[in-house]
Design a protein around this ligand. Structure first.
Ligand code: PLP
Length: 386
């Protein structure tokens, strides 16, 4: 019997989540209602944000954030090319121009020096991606942006519940967006959360999230609610349903339990791989919490006789699922052709892309699964030394 394939990611769903969803469905209230309100309240308290607005994805949250901050045609928004499609697509959706700044080779996060070179009088906002669960250098970025009136949106899709200088992401800066997609650090299948300290931004986001209406469905249809509403903006259909929130509420209560399991896995990997010159383990913050959404291992191509794609093929044959984070945006056809980018325009992003392999890291992994990943990776290294 061949050993079972270890998938790259798997959600951690217990009977508690199943019971909560069943109870929600039985209650007869399926769309946005009391469970979404409870999730927003508990999430805001958990990260220390004044306001939290639930949505059906992090992409929706990023889009609404830009719209609420009145970013639009003629504006530049700076972000890194080392991110998922959504981060830059929402900039295009509001009619603004994405401007890329390269990453730091150690952290995969936006390099403040590269950012500085890309700021101009057209820069309206910066979207800071906190890669893999490691907080970017927020203070250095804020020092460049705040005095120029440039707004900061944190793409923390990977990074709940990571901290920066002791503060949980979501409590810092203008707006922070989180993802509850199936592979992320807590999930409800699809979902997202926008956190902000501004009452005005929160109110605008809430309205934009549900058709631009002045009152949401729960307060319109529940006992004592009113039938009257007004359309204030041509809004979006981005609200989170209560079915999703019922699942997310249980996941939220388990988020540190799941994070510490992932941290344990990252420790096992670090210990096993650190003695191999061919492998570069991820950067680890000395004092802050890493959410360990990803374990981005890098291979030293000079010390191996195979490239990253071949390395992954060998791991697949050994029954290990992996992924690559990320194929930089500037080498994808849309951005390459529209903005005439060449791979070397963002040399660090391109270099990391060629060497990166994301290993399985999720709370459903057993100790034996972790050992099998370690055995497979070290076996491929031993067989392919240059
Ligand atoms: C997953 C992800 C998103 C989008 O999250 P969704 O909830 O799937 O919309 C945005 N940015 C980054 C960096 C991501 O990895």
């Amino acid at each position: 019997m061949p050993e079972e394939f270890i998938p790259f990611a798997r959600p951690d769903i217990t009977d508690r989540e199943l019971e909560a969803v069943t109870e929600c469905v039985r209650s007869g209230w399926l769309t946005t209602g009391p469970r979404v309100a409870a999730l927003e309240e508990r999430f805001a308290a958990r990260v220390g944000a004044a306001h939290a607005v639930a949505m059906n994805s992090c992409t929706a949250a990023l889009h609404v954030a830009l719209a609420a901050l009145e970013v639009g045609a003629g504006d530049d928004v700076v972000t890194t090319p080392y991110t998922f499609a959504a981060t830059a697509a929402v900039i295009e959706h509001v009619g603004a121009t994405p401007v890329f700044a390269d990453i730091n080779a150690l952290t995969f996060n936006l390099d403040p020096h590269e950012l500085k070179a890309k700021l101009s009088s057209k820069t309206k906002a910066v979207i800071v991606v906190h890669f893999g669960g490691l907080a970017a250098d927020i203070d250095e970025i804020a020092a460049l942006c705040v005095s120029r009136g440039i707004r900061i949106i944190h793409d923390a899709a990977h990074s709940f519940p990571a901290t920066y200088k002791g503060r949980v992401l979501g409590s810092i800066g203008d707006v922070t967006c989180f993802s509850f997609y199936a592979t992320k650090t807590m999930t409800c299948g699809e979902g997202g959360m926008l956190c902000t300290s501004s009452q005005e931004v929160a109110e605008r986001c809430r309205i934009l999230t549900l058709h631009g209406l002045s009152r949401d469905a729960h307060s319109r249809y529940s006992a004592g609610g009113r039938w009257y509403y007004e359309i204030l903006y041509p809004g979006f259909k981005y609200n989170m349903p209560d079915i999703s929130a019922s699942l997310a509420l249980v996941q939220l209560s388990r988020v540190e339990e799941m994070r510490s399991k992932r941290e344990w896995i990252s420790d096992q990997y670090d210990r096993a791989f650190s003695s191999y010159e061919e492998l570069i383990v991820p950067f680890r913050p000395a004092h802050d919490l890493h959410s360990w959404h990803l374990y981005p291992l890098r291979i030293d191509l000079e010390r191996l006789d195979i490239d990253r794609a071949e390395f992954i093929r060998h791991l697949t044959k050994l029954g290990i699922g992996t992924s690559v984070h990320f194929i930089p945006l500037h080498i994808h056809p849309y951005y390459r052709e529209r903005y005439r980018y060449r791979p070397q325009d963002f040399p660090c992003a391109h270099q990391q892309y060629l060497r990166e392999i994301s290993l399985p890291i999720y709370s459903k992994m057993e100790a034996g699964d972790v050992d099998r990943v370690i055995e497979a990776v070290t076996k491929v290294v031993r067989q392919h030394r240059a």
